[in-house]
Write a protein that binds this ligand. Structure first.
Ligand code: ZN
Ligand code: ZN
Length: 496
């Protein structure tokens, strides 16, 4: 049965790679889509990358509106972060507005979404998504999950970040690629089944394995990655290309199921590139060294733990036991972001998506023990940190470690602005650093990233079969009103 609008979302599927492979004839469906659809660049929140994309899509709000940027966040004024789940995301999901307006909707596996209990339609949450919140998956109506499980299996938690210890061998790579292909195919069949079952005003099919394959397998795709091994890559092939080809086939099947009269949007959410160094380990140390006013230094158990990690020889750090150890300490490392005594520091690192760095200023009137006055002093501290970060280079080559810094307070307005970092750091993920250096820092060794070999890049793309003549870049939070408007909702209904 034909649908009004089919939106296929491809989580972290890299638009640049897709365009190259489509041109080269590897992805025939994409090639067709590129030839027939309007292309619009989708702009994700600068400096935030992965942490805000999905909440901004679902709610139509900027990060200051929905308040979510990371899996661990501190409440206003606090120094310690705790889990930030999908129920903590503020704002209404746009498919609920469509449902209220009488539209029939299907929302299949949109990452980081919340279950919408009263929906004119169906919803599936965290069936097969990267890094989901709900285990087991949740559906609307609730008995839909039993029906799905009986036909397509139970779905299940993504374990891509736990399986990486086997991914440097051809066998391990092949097994994990097969696992991802299987998940992708199940999702494709499931979406096709429900798409054909009835007429939908909006059907959202989220295909999510492009996220896992990019994080885990960039080193087999990219021959310049330090972990690339030609023998393994020759045996395994390029897992990204293998998976992207499978997605291309599924898109073709979904386009067919939606009917030739259906509106079609294909959204490649945010990109992927290489990841080489573990910046999360050094940012707070950098900030400590810059904070000459309070002269804090990390001390005690934490410093010992971190320096022992540095002292492990490379081969040992690659061993499974050492990786397991690192994995066990990573949550603690990232949660406390390394250096305690945050109350007595003027600024410090806070947890962020691994692709980015986040800094909080200890503000008077906001933090419990604030030290920096809002206004001129706050601006001066921010400018000073940004200038110091811009000076950091690789001592061997002079290549800069920081590509850009962003101040969310200059970019957004909204009720949750104070929950966001005060400064975001866009790291250089393309160059291999062994140390960082600047006049104010001295030399600071930086460890390689263990585990993931791919990290996000801030590029998104919308392919839209309806050519409305608007080729202007679209902020990600504009997708909700674009879709609602396409389905006939008035501005008042979209805002409601
Ligand atoms: Zn990611
Ligand atoms: Zn994953």
């Amino acid at each position: 049965m034909s649908s009004d609008l089919l939106l296929i979302t491809l989580d972290s599927c890299d638009a640049q790679l897709v365009a190259e492979w489509a041109d080269a004839g590897e992805l025939p469906t994409f090639r067709q889509l590129f030839a027939t659809c309007q292309r619009r660049e989708v702009i994700n929140a600068p400096g935030f990358f992965g942490g805000t994309v999905w909440p901004s899509f679902a709610t139509g709000l900027s990060p200051a509106g929905h308040g979510r940027f990371c899996a661990l966040q501190a409440s206003r004024g606090a120094y310690d972060s705790c889990k930030f789940g999908s129920s903590d995301i503020a704002g209404r999901q746009f498919w609920e507005r469509l449902s209220d307006a009488g539209r029939r909707v299907a929302v299949i596996d949109v990452p980081m979404s919340r279950p919408s209990p009263r929906l004119n339609g169906i919803q599936l949450v965290d069936f097969l998504s990267h890094d989901g919140f709900f285990h087991p998956p949740i559906a609307t109506p609730p008995d839909l999950y039993d029906e799905i499980a009986s036909m397509f299996g139970p779905g299940g938690r993504d374990t891509c970040d736990e399986q990486w210890s086997e991914l440097d061998s051809a066998e391990g790579a092949a097994a994990f690629t097969d696992h991802l292909l299987q998940r992708a195919r199940i999702k494709g069949r499931l979406c096709e089944h429900y798409l054909r079952r009835e007429h939908w005003h909006l059907f959202i099919a989220s295909l999510n394995e492009s996220h896992c394959v990019g994080h885990q397998f960039w080193h087999l795709h990219d021959a310049t990655h330090p972990r690339h091994r030609r023998d393994v890559a020759a045996a395994s092939g390029d897992p990204l290309l293998i998976l992207y080809r499978a997605l291309d086939e599924q898109i073709a099947a979904l386009l067919d199921a939606a009917g030739s009269g259906a509106g079609v949007m294909v959204w490649l959410t945010h990109g992927m590139g290489s990841a080489i160094n573990d910046y999360t380990v050094v940012l707070d140390e950098i900030l400590c060294r810059l904070d000459t006013a309070t002269g804090q230094r990390a001390s005690g158990a934490f410093r010992n733990m971190k320096s022992s990690w540095y002292r492990l020889p490379g081969e040992l750090r690659q061993m499974r036991a050492a990786r397991a150890l690192k994995k066990a300490v990573i949550p603690a490392l990232r949660q406390s972001l390394l250096i305690p005594q945050r109350r007595s520091r003027r600024f410090f690192a806070i947890p962020a998506d691994t692709s980015t760095g986040a800094v909080r200023i200890n503000c008077i009137g906001r933090e419990e023990a604030g030290l920096v006055a809002r206004g001129a002093e706050y601006r001066a501290v921010l400018a000073d940190i940004a200038a110091a970060l811009a000076e950091i280079v690789d001592p061997r080559t002079g290549v800069p470690a920081v590509l850009a810094t962003h101040f969310p307070r200059d970019l957004y307005a909204g009720p949750h602005l104070d929950a966001l970092p005060d400064l975001l750091v866009e790291w250089n993920h393309d160059h291999r650093f062994t140390a960082l250096q600047s006049p104010r820092l001295g030399v600071l060794p930086i460890p390689e990233l263990i585990g993931r070999s791919g990290e996000h890049r801030n590029r998104g793309l919308l392919l839209d079969r309806a050519n409305d003549g608007s080729a202007l870049p679209l902020p990600v939070e504009g997708l909700a009103s674009l879709i609602c408007g396409r389905l006939g909702l008035s501005a008042a209904q979209i805002e409601a």
